[in-house]
Design a protein around this ligand. Structure first.
Ligand code: NAD
Length: 442
């Protein structure tokens, strides 16, 4: 490779939410991209149908449109050997002690060291603890089989599931953590077609920007959730409170939605990983610790509310609306449904669930332990209580008059404040949401 040319041959390790969306968006910008995954079924699926194995708005369409620039393989050697740039987008899940599990990233590094025959820039897109880029570079330089140069660049990802394609094509910023001029120039070539602010920093700062951003958002959510909990006790309304706060541009109106806590594959693990890292460096991040604790309690908040109406869930029919950790995604990782539904089942409840997109993934885990419904009506029919865990549009737009008509007892516990209080006044026996007054049938 001529380190400095415009024509960049890209390989991407991992075809998950980050890897696949990145690949498709880079292809949309005219690059040739080959995607590698160890999951044979995924690669077969991608090669056969041309559809995405995950749900993200516009992903299927964009994949089909750019099919000619995209290839998928399990054969990492052929993909990596002459790539100019290799993105690593594999998972960095949480270990038992809260630290980040880097085994997948190091496995890819090993495969890269075995494969590359030319000069190459290795770009770490996975969220990794501060100092990891340096470790990967040291590993590659010690283990590479080529005489060519290998550089490691940190390029953290900020897409949000549910809006991943749009977030990538219209990125809020592109962070490039790099130590030398040559790889910097190549990265700026890769992103030349993206009209986003580009910030070049050293690698440690780039790694820190990712954690600091995610943990700040998690903190913001936990803060609002605590204020909401207090609102319930003192008779204030969290929706009004956050609306009032949001006018202040220093605070901003986004991410001020009270609810039953954050989930997903990022905030829970990234808060724990940074907290772990701070302790490792003999400094305790107390704010992040508080955000984690508040969130863990918040996820069980509706169950505590439910105990006011039922001592036990045994033999009750429980309707659950929303399974995914947020709307717009099929991802169930760390979703409130994943913690609450096992408690219902353990107690001996009959559980009926509805989710417009997440059902397929939920079936893989809960199999026939629960009843899967195609409509909200079917789910709430004859139910003794209804829990709302995800604010899907289909749920927010539901005709609430049907709750009292169809449910055996219209006890509705809404963890996402999907409905206006006035709407619920005559349409339920009781409606409890987060940070707002309780509505009882008059
Ligand atoms: P994911 O679990 O959806 O996908 C990871 C993929 O990597 C899987 O398909 C897996 O089979 C594959 N893989 C594992 N080992 C491999 C190997 N040796 N070679 C090739 N592929 C391999 O993960 P994700 O949600 O896309 O997250 C990836 C990284 O990006 C994580 O570090 C995460 O923290 C970070 N991130 C995620 C998001 C998000 O919203 N999901 C946003 C920003 C950053």
């Amino acid at each position: 490779m001529d380190m400095g040319g415009n024509c960049v041959k890209i390989a991407i390790a991992g075809t998950g939410y980050v890897g696949l969306v990145t690949a498709v968006c880079l292809a949309e910008k005219g690059h040739n991209v080959i995607c590698v995954d160890v999951d044979k079924n995924k690669i077969e699926y991608l090669n056969n149908g041309g559809n995405a194995p995950i749900y993200e708005e516009d992903l299927d369409n964009l994949m089909k449109k750019n099919r000619r620039n995209l290839a998928f393989t399990t054969d990492y050697k052929s993909a990596y050997q002459d790539a100019d740039v290799i993105f690593i987008g594999v998972g960095t899940p949480e270990k038992k002690d809260g630290s980040a599990n880097l085994s997948y990233v190091f496995e890819v590094a090993k495969q890269i060291a075995d494969s590359v025959i030319n000069n190459c820039v290795v770009v770490i897109k996975s969220t990794v603890p501060i100092g990891t880029n340096e470790k990967i570079e040291k590993f590659l330089l010690e283990n590479k089989k080529t005489n060519g140069d290998i550089y490691v660049v940190s390029n953290p990802e900020f897409l949000a599931q549910g809006t991943a394609v749009n977030d990538t094509l219209n990125a809020s910023r592109i962070i490039i953590g790099v130590e030398e001029e040559k790889p910097k120039k190549i990265m700026l070539d890769v992103y030349a077609g993206f009209d986003a602010p580009k910030l070049v920093t050293n690698r440690r700062s780039a790694e820190m920007i990712k954690y600091a951003s995610n943990d700040f958002l998690a903190l913001k959510i936990s803060y609002v959730n605590e204020i909401a909990n207090l609102c319930e006790k003192i008779g204030a309304d969290i929706e009004d409170v956050t609306r009032g706060m949001g006018y202040d541009s220093r605070i901003g109106s986004k991410f001020l939605m009270a609810g039953i806590g954050y989930g997903g594959s990022c905030f829970p693990k990234d808060t724990k990983a940074l907290y772990w890292l701070s302790n490792f460096h003999d400094y305790e991040l107390k704010t992040v610790k508080a955000a984690i604790e508040v969130n863990e309690n918040q996820k069980l908040k509706l169950i505590k509310k439910a105990k006011k109406y039922y001592n036990s869930f045994e033999n009750l029919t429980i309707a659950v609306l929303g399974l995914t950790f947020k709307p717009g995604t099929d991802d169930l990782r760390e979703a409130p449904s994943m913690i609450n539904i096992p408690i219902f089942l353990e107690d001996g409840a009959n559980v009926k669930v509805y989710d417009p997109i997440g059902e397929k993934n939920f079936r893989k885990i809960f199999k026939d332990e629960i009843i899967y419904c195609k409509t909200i009506e079917e789910t709430i029919k004859e139910a003794d209580i209804c829990f709302i865990f995800t604010e899907w549009k289909e749920i927010e737009e539901f005709d609430v008059a049907k709750f009292s008509i169809l449910m055996r007892r219209a006890v509705i516990l809404d963890g996402r404040n999907c409905f206006k209080l006035e709407q619920m006044q005559n349409n339920c026996e009781v409606y409890e949401s987060i940070g707002r007054r309780i509505i009882y049938r008059k």
